[in-house]
Design a protein around this ligand. Structure first.
Ligand code: NAP
Length: 257
């Protein structure tokens, strides 16, 4: 029988809470479902696709989790503050934050518009900062917690046509290590996962020739599934990873080694 724990949602007090940004699709959806299977209740944040988000909430409920979706632009510190407050009011606590929301605005540098550079940095990098900052007091007060940031192989290797995106993903590596150092005294870990090429909406538009070119650069010879990335995230938020902080874990078929 579900029992109420400080928040307004009826939920099992023995389950921890995860907040997954970009949880309505792709890697975020797979992560939310994996964490639900691992015993988490889950709050997902999405940008605008309410129907997809509602579908994931239904899937999470079917998996036995208490779940709710929140529309929020992670690039907006005001929206993030209000959303985190609402999540804490609803769920009572947050143990794991997965900063997964991300966008691309690809193009060669010579033709890249200011707004395409700024938007990618604002969502991918500042969004993770906004969420981590909004939850810092919660993590410090409970003297424990987990943050996982979604970087990318291109944050390590670079990629022509993605100066904005790769800069945001490289920036997340510095943010991860600094947050790890800042919050370690309170027993909070912060790590990054760096996926290679993953079958999601983000890569669905790649041409066959680009896809073949990318696949030829992967020693293990195939693209990742969202569930491969979710498994690494699930490990990093688990009790087994309590002494791992400040690392960047590639899940890329060997692409970035
Ligand atoms: P995706 O399928 O394109 O999904 C993006 C998710 O982010 C959606 O849930 C979207 O919400 C949400 N989102 C976008 N902008 C947002 C904003 N401003 N505020 C809040 N939520 C926002 O992406 P994905 O391929 O699963 O990628 C997930 C993460 O992994 C990203 O950070 C990406 O950079 C990283 N990554 C992906 C790959 C890859 O090959 N796919 C490789 C390396 C790293 P809506 O549904 O409402 O639009």
């Amino acid at each position: 029988m579900a029992e109420k724990k400080t928040g307004t949602l009826e939920r099992d007090a023995s389950r921890r809470v995860a907040l997954v940004t970009g949880g309505s699709r792709g890697i975020g959806r797979a992560t939310a479902l994996r964490l639900a299977a691992d015993g988490f209740d889950v709050a997902i944040v999405y940008a605008g696709n309410a129907e997809r988000a509602a579908g994931v909430v239904d899937e999470l409920a079917q998996a036995g989790a208490t779940a709710k979706a929140y529309q929020c632009d992670v690039a907006s510190s005001d929206q993030v503050k209000a959303t985190v407050k609402q999540v804490l009011d609803d769920f009572g606590s947050v143990w794991a934050l997965v900063n997964n929301a991300g966008v691309t605005r690809d193009g060669l540098m010579a033709r890249m518009k200011d707004e395409d550079f700024d938007r990618v940095i604002d969502v991918n990098l500042k969004g993770a900062f906004n969420m981590a900052r909004a939850l810092t007091r919660t993590f410090m007060r409970q003297r424990g917690g987990r943050i996982v940031n979604l970087s990318s192989v291109v944050g390590i290797m670079g990629n022509a046509g993605q100066v904005n995106y790769s800069a945001s993903k490289a920036g997340l590596i510095g943010l991860t290590k600094s947050v790890a150092r800042e919050l370690a005294p309170r027993n909070v870990t912060c790590n990054a996962v760096a996926p290679g090429f993953v079958e999601t909406d983000m890569t669905a538009g790649l041409s066959d020739s680009t896809r073949k070119d990318y696949e030829s650069q992967i020693p293990l010879g195939k693209m990742c599934a969202p569930e491969d990335i979710a498994a690494a995230i699930a490990f990093l938020v688990s009790d087994q990873a309590s002494l791992i902080t400040g690392v960047v874990l590639p899940v890329d078929g060997g692409m970035a080694m």
